[in-house]
Ligand binder design. Structure first.
Ligand code: ZN
Length: 284
């Protein structure tokens, strides 16, 4: 294992762990969003497992892409206020986030497979976001990762996996239940599934898990139209019909605009107008 620090300015950068050499080449990134620590924990577990394994090919892991964001518990980078996962492919002469993105992007361009780990909240079903329609390679990678739910991304530009898919890489994003706080058991479970993927492309030797995936073409994000205390009406994993209540805010119903599968829903809390309430996967 080689451990390197990559800097974009004095004291600002990230650590890259490299296992093995040659093809196939895999890049795993976590912590682009500083408040999604569950991805960081998953990457750390994977690093610990790979230390003791024989590697055929290359695995590079960046466990904490946005170190300053992690430190203060914020999604964005605190220096430029930018969302690091909206500025890819980055800019070497740009702001802090744009420079970090440019460094990560250069590693992505050297890789065949790119997997970006995120946290999707406490009440969430683990799922892979992929680009079904625009990228066969993204869909092919999703099939190799034994996570049950695979959902078509909205493909918002500037995301690492979206930009990588557009330049012809196998690239997906994995949403893992958890936020700043998380359960190690969930991180451990996702790390085992990533090891299974590495086994399926011959990088490590172990039995790869077989599961049947459920595919959804896309998803709808539901935001609050009201401000106040939210009362949640559904569980993650629920099948909902169009018009069913997802939550109530101060007695006002927030209903599902479409029928589908609830992959993520917020806990009961104080919400403001436009705050995210739920994500419903649609069109299996
Ligand atoms: Zn995220």
């Amino acid at each position: 294992m080689i451990v390197e620090r990559v800097y974009i300015a004095q004291n600002i950068g990230f650590t890259v762990y490299t296992f093995g050499k040659g093809a196939p080449r895999v890049l795993i990134v976590a912590g682009l969003h500083g408040d999604e620590v569950v991805g960081v924990a998953t990457a750390r577990i994977l690093i610990d497992k790979l230390k003791n394994m024989t590697i055929r090919g290359t695995v590079k892991i960046i466990p904490i892409a946005n170190e300053l964001g992690l430190y203060i518990g914020s999604r964005a980078n605190p220096i430029d206020g930018k969302d690091l996962n909206r500025v890819f492919p980055g800019n070497e002469n740009g702001t802090v986030s744009e420079r970090l993105a440019a460094k990560i992007w250069s590693l992505a361009l050297e890789s065949d497979y790119i997997i970006d780990l995120h946290g999707c909240g406490e009440l969430c079903i683990p799922h892979i976001l992929t680009l079904f329609i625009s990228s066969d390679k993204s869909a092919d990678l999703a099939k190799l990762i034994p996570i049950e739910y695979v959902v078509g991304s909205q493909a918002i530009r500037g995301q690492l996996f979206v930009e990588a898919a557009y330049v012809g890489k196998h690239a997906v994003l994995i949403e893992i239940p958890g936020t700043r706080s998380f359960r190690w058991s969930i991180a451990e479970d996702i790390a085992m599934r990533l090891l299974s993927f590495l086994a399926s492309i011959g990088i490590v030797k172990r039995q790869s898990m077989e599961i049947k995936q459920k595919l959804f073409k896309g998803y709808v994000s539901i935001v609050s139209n009201y401000e106040g205390l939210l009362r949640r009406c559904v569980e993650p994993g629920a099948e909902v019909e169009q018009g069913m209540s997802i939550a109530e805010v101060e007695g006002e119903k927030i209903v599902a605009p479409v029928s589908g599968f609830v992959v993520m829903v917020t806990e009961s809390k104080f919400v403001r107008i436009r705050d995210s309430i739920a994500r419903i996967a649609t069109e299996p």
